[in-house]
Ligand binder design. Structure first.
Ligand code: OAD
Length: 236
């Protein structure tokens, strides 16, 4: 078995659940009776911009009430202390990884605290609510939308992610149901390229059978233990 130098970590909503942010699927996963698939689409934005903006305004406001949990802090420690290559790819649009101190981080599904101009593509930090009539600071168009990758849109930084997966010796998936592609397929890419694969999740995900090892339990317990193990082994 090859030594571990390069680590890629995929995180999902389960990582932030213990901070008090509801996951998308499962109990509490509905918002005002809407499924996420009904709100997070370009079609929904065109049909009912007020609803889509209100959905994301509520999620952005929630960030002020939550803190990183033990799992975010452990991953930030790993990022700081791991001497080899490391990339955290998060599907989460909250800012808890960076508030915990993680730096080698890609938000593949966008960020709540960012606004995207649908007219000119400008992306810039955003705080507070984002009314549909807000003007873009770059082009002046009333075309700002939440900087979130909707269903049917291409996630951010896919080339960098694919490159990291191809070089990974260890791929770890944490707190994600494996229901949404392309993230759900990362385990197969990493395995194909020779990486060991590990899943840390509350319950078996849709793709559990694809992982070499699965550990079930809350991320706040599993992740710090796993980070201690990896740093103790120091296989770089
Ligand atoms: P989901 O809500 O689909 O899945 C969350 C997973 O976390 C489930 O498998 C839970 O069992 C697990 N889980 C819950 N609490 C946990 C805990 N305390 N510790 C560990 N695991 C726990 O969320 P995602 O897989 O992240 O996309 O969803 C993927 C994408 O679907 C999201 O990024 C979002 C959504 O549409 C966009 O917003 C573009």
């Amino acid at each position: 078995m090859r030594d571990i130098h390069n680590i890629v970590i995929l995180t999902g909503a389960g990582l932030s659940a213990e901070s008090g942010i509801a996951t998308f699927r499962g109990p509490g996963g509905l918002w005002e009776g809407h499924r996420v698939e009904d709100v997070c689409t370009p079609q929904a934005l065109a049909r009912n911009p007020e609803l889509v903006h209100r959905f994301y305004d509520a999620r952005r406001a929630k960030l002020a009430e939550v803190e990183p949990n033990a799992a975010h802090l452990a991953l930030a420690r790993l990022d700081t202390e791991w001497p080899g290559e490391l990339l955290i790819v998060t599907q989460n649009v909250d800012d808890l990884h960076e508030r915990a101190g993680a730096e080698r981080l890609i938000h593949m599904h966008g960020e709540l605290k960012s606004a995207l101009c649908a007219q000119c593509g400008d992306r810039r930090p955003w705080e507070g609510s984002l009314p549909p009539e807000s003007l873009c600071a770059a082009c002046g168009a009333a075309a700002l939308r939440p900087d979130i990758v909707f269903f049917g849109e291409m996630p951010y930084r896919m080339e960098a992610i694919e490159r990291a997966l191809a070089r990974a010796d260890l791929f770890v998936s944490i707190g994600t149901s494996g229901a949404v592609y392309p993230a759900a397929g990362f385990v197969q890419t990493a395995r194909y390229c020779g990486a060991r694969t590990l899943e840390l999740n509350l319950e078996p995900s849709e793709g559990s059978f694809l992982f070499g090892e699965s550990r079930m339990g809350p991320a706040g317990e599993l992740v710090p233990t796993w980070v201690d193990e990896v740093l103790a082994a120091r296989l770089v």
